[in-house]
Design a protein around this ligand. Structure first.
Ligand SMILES: Cc1ncc(COP(=O)(O)O)c(C=O)c1O
Length: 426
């Protein structure tokens, strides 16, 4: 598309070819203006959980649009928001009782950050320190960037970000014999931090870090982390923006790991990937610290589109689809493993293989340093696109995160293509 005025996200406009124009989507397929059909193997930045143009979501959207498209949420409420909040609560640990709406993953994290900070402040306990994990990614607004402080992308913005403490994330993979040692070290460092300072909260992407390289930790680690947070009286915040709604093979990572955070952030799959929507959920204790005759103790945060009825209506339908057919996301890990064994197992360039529910990830070894700026990612992306697959490796981390509706045959085709592309690179 020559001369487009559009400045694209996460893109060096000078060196990147013009964006491909998509005419329509259908399930895992995207149909391009030039007539090509490509498989969306990363659910369009991890949001499109049911596949593109799902008729039930389109119907929910159409019906709601005829009734109420938007209303200020400070003074009013509406049925879609009430129903969605109840539906979410029914699936999450009982300790989470309150639902605060916002618009996207980053804002759900900003809300969590401010909520945790003010929770302590409202009790006269000023706590300004937060703990996060190496490789953590929580979004692109200033607060969310600060929490994901170890990320290389943020270097230009460093002076604007507040300081926080970062501890190691005990990333593991198939056949990892050192995982227990890594977990013990991480927990020791966390405990040392918690002993030494009064933290407001610990932020973690539970079970799998997304943008930091699809790095997986074990449920045991989350349980120990929860114990430490309880012991030292620090809030535990789960950023399930990516892991929520079936991604880890269960509806939520907190359920899969048998843990319950004090604050939980959700977005991406919340609206079935149709519209921007997010929630930050909190315990009753947190909510009660804001509940007061004193207006200044209220949570003074909100967005124009908070609780948008259209997005909430698709959210209800999306959650219903997940309830009706949990096998779809539950069985994907098995399919990934089967296809991986058939096409990629034993490939000399692949290491650190890991699966987490609907996600498969691995590192590609190259002479360059591992990481986001390793150039193999761009090469693999371009070559796969030639062959009808849309992937977006994180440097030399190759991962697949398809919509749940992908069939065994389609997944087979994905792995077969990856096998071909990887054999070309050696
Ligand atoms: C774990 C996590 N948190 C927050 C975000 C930010 O979400 P958004 O891009 O909707 O602002 C992302 C986005 O990838 C994410 O993966």
């Amino acid at each position: 598309m020559p001369n487009s005025p559009i400045w694209r996200p996460f893109t060096q406009m000078k060196t990147t070819p013009p964006a491909l124009k998509v005419l329509r989507g259908d399930g895992i397929w995207l149909e391009l203006e030039d007539g090509r059909r490509v498989m969306d193997c990363i659910s369009s930045w991890w949001v499109t959980i049911h596949g593109h143009a799902h008729p039930a979501l389109a119907e929910a959207l159409y019906r709601q649009a005829q009734q109420l498209e938007q209303v200020i949420f400070a003074n009013f409420t509406h049925e879609p928001a009430e129903q969605l909040a109840q539906k979410l609560l029914a699936h999450l640990p009982d300790s989470l009782t309150r639902v605060f709406f916002s618009d996207n993953g980053s804002t759900s994290v900003e809300v969590a950050l401010k909520m945790a900070y003010q929770y302590w402040g409202n009790q006269g306990d000023l706590r300004t320190r937060f703990l996060g994990f190496e490789g953590g990614y929580h979004g692109d607004t200033i607060g969310a960037m600060s929490i994901g402080g170890s990320c290389d992308w943020w270097r230009p913005f460093q002076p604007l970000m507040f300081s926080m403490d970062t501890v190691p994330f005990p990333a593991t993979f198939e056949g990892d014999l050192t995982v227990e040692g890594k977990e013990a070290q991480a927990l020791e460092k966390i405990e040392n931090c918690l002993k030494g300072d009064r933290y407001a909260a610990i932020f973690i992407e539970p079970l799998i870090q997304g943008a930091g390289g699809m790095r997986i930790c074990r449920s045991q680690f989350l349980r120990s982390l929860q114990d430490l947070a309880h012991h030292y009286g620090v809030l535990l915040i789960y950023d399930e923006v990516m892991t929520g709604f079936g991604r880890t093979g269960e509806l939520f990572a907190c359920l899969k790991s048998g843990t319950a955070p004090d604050i939980l952030c959700l977005s991406k799959g919340l609206s079935g990937g149709c519209l921007p929507l997010a929630v930050t959920m909190a315990t009753e204790e947190i909510y009660q610290s804001f509940y007061s005759d004193d207006a200044s103790k209220a949570f003074l945060h909100g967005h124009s589109f908070t609780g948008n009825p259209l997005a909430c209506a698709t959210g209800i339908t999306s959650l219903t689809l997940l309830e009706q057919n949990p096998q779809q996301f539950q069985q994907l890990e098995k399919l990934h493993r089967q296809c991986f064994d058939e096409w990629l197992r034993g490939h000399s360039k692949i290491e650190n293989i890991r699966f987490c529910g609907t996600i498969a990830a691995m590192e590609i070894t190259t002479p360059e340093t591992s990481g986001y700026f390793n150039s193999i990612g761009t090469h693999l992306r371009d070559r796969c696109l030639d062959l009808g697959l849309f992937i977006r490796p994180l440097g030399n981390t190759l991962y697949l995160m398809p919509p749940y509706c992908i069939t065994r045959e389609e997944l087979d085709q994905v792995y077969q293509t990856l096998c071909k592309v990887l054999s070309e690179v050696g």
